[in-house]
Design a binder for this molecule. Structure first.
Ligand code: WT7
Length: 649
């Protein structure tokens, strides 16, 4: 089958930065001569000490990745101070509140002052270069100030998504040994308060059991509702910031000094602390932001992600601010007060570039076109998609209805680990196909391999690897370099393995087909099946659990749990509710199981390995083709699983 081709639509009258010929030339150069290419583009940020070395990377042996390794710079300087001479009064952040009547605009000058003050508060409380600081915030400008203040003094931030539970937060505080937390009294989403500070209090108790004693908690007053308070430990953000100077010199940082840790789920074990460093990350985030979104000075840019995910790091905060852009930060949700909110905000702030996730597009598509048509949407020039494969129906709706056939769509494939966008159209250069992330960005060398690691050529399906380093790549897993090597470079020796399956078509376009490991993608949020399983078995009624994903119309994937109960415990709807609630408290609402099937036994091989392939098929209600079940220890369990499946069509 051949996909329809949407020829290049130049965003806003031929002003695209990169045309196809330039793409081809730059791409060739970036692959043939990465030193020359990145030596040139590395200069797009300011260095207090220019680099002389460019690329020093190896995917073999101990895996060592260094870019611009003798250069010195500061990310906060590049995102703020650098723009003051010419753009001090330009709006850096437009904040749109959950309540549609609340919004504010913050200039680069104001961001500078706020970041300096918070940096001084942290210094005064003893935070030093290299210390880890946990940020657990709603979508308010102070979240960006917190990140930039850390970067300014060389502290390493670990932003934890505000939807994660106290347990998940506590685990992350312990893993990176962080004793300083920045939070807010409450968040506000869809009119509902989120008890951030009270969650922090619980997380601190949990962390104490792991022998990490949190010493300072800086609290932004957002709703003003009462919360727990530990005198001496807890401090109001506004009070502390008022006491310190509005100037703070940026700390010179080596290009390879850590910038942040961000936890993400893998196929096994607990979430991993993905570590990104300073120079290469910023070069890559800012360069991809400029070219993928065809960013021009004066553009109003809106990425709807949360700062708790990598998309928020690279494309709400670091990329746009490094480019001196105006970045919109939205506190609310797509369906509050109603499903027209996104388009209302687009009109209200005259957004030119709009970047969101397929799950939101599908949900809004389901609400009907009237919510869209109510707005003019005359400002957007470009639309983006990220986080999961976008199905062609959603793509077409986004293109025709939201974009009025006028805006190119950039379907951007990347990962927490990659730091920035890896496979994507460039708006002025790439013909589009609905559902394809199209072609690699500069410096990205994709390769498809089969299960044995044999390289596949031409139009084919395979496992997606990247064969050489790019500046935005993660450098290690915090505290566990061996796990870094094992997770990413051991499956296919000498290559970075993404965990994604992918098809390359006859035009060399890439179509990501989804994870081939035990990682779920639920509404664009990444979850390990092992995490949900361990949350389930931590309940006293559960003896064993196996979790798989199944196709879900809105969420992309739904969470299907097979649960074996303790002897004597009876399965019931009541217990299903209890277990859903239990997983929500253990991990957070994003991990809520969609289906729970009580299973007296799970299909295991004689060596005791659970055969997930079979469980996936049954969850998809596609048990006609279970494949070979002869290696099962007890083939009869399969009949029971089929008879009691929860997803009958
Ligand atoms: C996984 C990474 C990095 C952005 C947010 C998610 C899936 C991401 C796409 C896309 C198809 C995509 C992949 C990837 N994914 N973007 N455009 N098309 N799949 O970051 O939480 O690290 O998840 O999201 O499966 O491996 P993440």
């Amino acid at each position: 089958m051949f996909a329809k081709i949407y020829p290049v639509l130049k965003p806003a009258n031929n002003r695209a930065l990169i045309d196809n010929e330039t793409y081809q030339n730059w791409y060739r150069e970036s692959i043939e001569n990465p030193e020359r290419f990145w030596g040139e583009h590395g200069k797009r940020i300011d260095w207090s000490k220019p680099f002389t070395k460019i690329k020093n990377t190896s995917f073999e042996g101990d895996v060592s990745i260094k870019w611009f390794e003798d250069g010195e710079t500061n990310v906060s300087y590049n995102c703020v101070d650098r723009h003051l001479a010419t753009h001090a009064d330009q709006v850096a952040i437009i904040w749109e509140g959950d309540d549609p009547s609340l919004s504010k605009k913050i200039t680069y000058r104001e961001v500078h002052e706020q970041v300096c003050r918070l940096a001084n508060v942290m210094k005064a409380r003893g935070v030093k270069k290299g210390d880890r600081v946990t940020v657990y915030m709603p979508m308010i400008p102070e979240a960006a100030y917190a990140m930039l203040a850390c970067a300014r003094i060389g502290a390493v931030h670990s932003v934890v998504f505000g939807g994660f539970s106290p347990d998940a937060l506590g685990g992350r505080i312990v893993d990176c040994e962080s004793t300083f937390v920045i939070t807010a009294d409450e968040g506000l989403r869809g009119g509902k308060p989120i008890p951030l500070k009270n969650n922090v209090d619980k997380a601190i108790d949990i962390a104490a059991r792991g022998h990490i004693m949190v010493k300072d908690v800086i609290v932004v007053r957002r709703t003003g509702n009462p919360t727990g308070w530990a005198p001496g430990r807890d401090l109001w953000y506004h009070e502390e910031c008022a006491k310190v100077s509005a100037d703070c010199a940026p700390e010179p940082m080596n290009a390879e000094d850590p910038l942040f840790i961000l936890y993400t789920s893998g196929s096994t074990g607990r979430p991993k602390g993905v570590l990104h460093t300073t120079g290469g990350y910023l070069v890559y985030a800012s360069m991809t932001h400029q070219y993928v979104f065809d960013y021009h000075e004066g553009d109003i840019y809106w990425c709807t992600a949360d700062v708790g995910w990598v998309t928020g790091h690279s494309y709400i905060v670091y990329g746009p601010l490094a480019n001196g852009a105006t970045t919109l930060m939205f506190e609310g949700v797509p369906n509050y007060p109603d499903q027209g909110r996104f388009w209302e905000v687009v009109d209200k702030h005259k957004v030119n570039i709009f970047y969101t996730a397929p799950t939101a597009i599908r949900a809004l598509m389901g609400a009907g076109d009237d919510f869209v048509k109510r707005s003019s949407r005359s400002s957007p020039r470009l639309l983006g998609s990220v986080g999961e494969p976008i199905n062609p129906e959603a793509w077409e709706w986004y293109y025709h209805v939201v974009g009025d056939d006028r805006c190119p769509i950039v379907d951007t494939w990347w990962q927490t680990e990659t730091g920035g966008i890896m496979i994507t159209p460039l708006p002025g250069a790439t013909d589009l196909k609905a559902g394809s992330a199209t072609r690699p960005f500069f410096g990205v060398k994709p390769e498809l391999v089969d299960g044995e690691g044999r390289v596949l050529e031409g139009a084919t399906d395979g496992n997606l690897c990247i064969t050489d380093s790019w500046p935005g790549q993660m450098r290690t897993i915090h505290g566990d370099h061996e796990r870094f090597i094992q997770t990413y470079f051991a499956t296919y020796k000498g290559k970075y393995f993404t965990g994604d399956g992918c098809r390359r078509d006859e035009d060399g376009y890439y179509w990501i087909t989804g994870r081939v490991d035990d990682v779920l993608n639920v509404s664009g949020h990444r979850l390990g099946t092992a995490e949900v399983e361990s949350a389930l078995v931590s309940h006293h009624d559960v003896s064993e659990a196996a979790v798989v994903g199944y196709p879900h119309d809105i969420k992309g994937q739904g969470i299907y749990c097979y649960v074996t109960l303790m002897a004597g415990v009876q399965g019931s709807d009541e217990l299903r509710k209890t277990l859903v609630g239990h997983v929500r408290t253990e991990i957070g609402p994003i991990a809520s199981p969609d289906k729970i099937q009580f299973a007296p036994g799970l299909p295991k091989t004689r060596s005791g390995k659970i055969m997930r392939r079979i469980l996936r098929k049954i969850a998809e209600d596609d048990f006609g083709a279970l494949g070979d079940t002869s290696t099962l220890a007890d083939p009869a369990v399969v009949d029971d699983l089929i008879a009691n499946r929860q997803n009958k069509k």
